[in-house]
Design a protein around this ligand. Structure first.
Ligand code: PLP
Ligand code: COI
Length: 349
């Protein structure tokens, strides 16, 4: 049984459900649990709000902070589903292990999340393309200045009703100077530092008119890794091509889902090293017909321009029967319960 303390002052009246944007609103309640003396304590649901914390807490100094991003959807028949929560939980634990942080037991994760969704069920939006974004986060709370692995942590889950992360096709810049992650580093972990370190090059790219950076390998800047908040896919010579997983990129759950759907459709696909040179050649000779980013927040986001070595290469906007738009629709229909969930991706509440 999870202890639930409900708010006396709901913020839901302040939400404009017709124009949600991304991350602008946080729902009324949050899950909190503390790790002390070698174990996780019971999770509680409390009103969302500030927490009292020490400025010496280790997360702020040495970066032990890890998060997840997942979604709940309102289905056509009015029920609510969570998309692949076990897979997000497994990835959270892989990220935690990389950062020497304690695993979150599956029951703690799933049960507290379901209780939170039941408490804030009015916050799950129903509009086209809308969903409830779920942000679990774990961070080191021990207060001490010595450089050490923390002995204490806090686990929080908060939620936010959202629309699509990108509202229009994106322009990306192939990054040839800065690095997000190197092989053997923390790129595959969803740790806070990966995002903090990406801000500066992303800001430079924004100033030059691009929405996101397309990260390349740390050694040679020759191979594409992923984008700032999404994995990337291309249709090259009628083959769906995506960089293969490594320690320098995130094992995206949307990526995995789309690769399953490509198999189901009999689409040829390749998970392999993808060189900047072949993308550039494909853009020049028009054998690259689609480029898109995939992620929980980004869903399927069309890439309309790729900048490589000083040149902006445009890509024609996708048609209704392009791979990206049809797979986006299929994924949406699975989540809405309109078509069968053949892979048991939905956890229906
Ligand atoms: N890559 C990065 C760096 C991300 O932040 C995300 C978003 O979570 C993704 C890829 C896509 O992963 P997923 O589909 O699991 O959301
Ligand atoms: C997600 O898609 O969940 C992300 O984490 C991307 C971004 C909002 C950080």
């Amino acid at each position: 049984m999870i202890n639930i303390r409900t708010t006396t002052q709901s913020g839901i009246d302040k939400v404009d459900f017709t124009q949600l944007g991304f991350g602008n609103y946080i729902s009324d309640h949050m899950v909190v649990a503390d790790y002390k003396n070698g174990k996780w304590g019971a999770a509680e649901i409390i009103p969302y709000g500030d927490l009292l914390m020490s400025p010496a807490m280790l997360a702020l100094h040495y970066g032990q902070a890890v998060f997840e991003g997942m979604k709940a959807f309102k289905m056509e028949d009015g029920r609510t589903c969570l998309f692949r929560p076990q897979k997000h939980h497994q990835r959270l634990n892989r990220s935690l292990a990389r950062m020497c942080m304690p695993a979150i037991p599956e029951e703690l994760f799933i049960e507290s999340l379901i209780a939170l969704l039941e408490t804030d069920k009015n916050w799950i939006p129903n509009g086209e393309g809308d969903s409830l974004y779920i942000r679990p986060v774990v961070f080191a709370t021990e207060s001490r200045l010595g450089v050490k692995i923390s002995d204490e942590y806090k686990f929080v889950i908060m939620t936010s009703p959202v629309g699509p992360y990108f509202t229009k096709p994106v322009k990306v810049k192939v990054e040839e100077q800065y690095v997000r992650a190197a092989e053997g580093g923390t790129g595959f972990a969803k740790c806070a530092g990966n995002y903090g370190g990406a801000f500066y090059p992303t800001q430079l790219a924004r100033e030059q008119g691009y929405d996101q950076v397309l990260w390349t390998d740390a050694k040679e800047h020759k191979y594409i890794d992923e984008s700032g908040a999404m994995n990337v896919m291309f249709v090259l010579n009628n083959v769906l091509v995506t960089p293969k997983l490594s320690t320098s990129l995130l094992d995206g759950i949307t990526r995995d889902s789309i690769l399953h759907l490509a198999d189901e459709r009999g689409v040829s696909k390749e998970e392999r090293k993808v060189s900047v040179a072949e993308i550039e050649a494909g853009l020049k000779n028009k054998t690259l017909t689609e480029a898109f980013g995939v992620g929980t927040a980004a869903v399927v986001s069309t890439i309309q321009t790729i900048h490589i070595h000083g040149t902006d290469y445009p890509i024609p906007l996708p048609t209704e029967n392009s791979f990206q738009l049809s797979v986006k629709k299929q994924l949406q229909q699975i989540r809405k319960g309109i078509i069968a969930d053949r892979y048991n991706w939905l956890h229906i509440l």
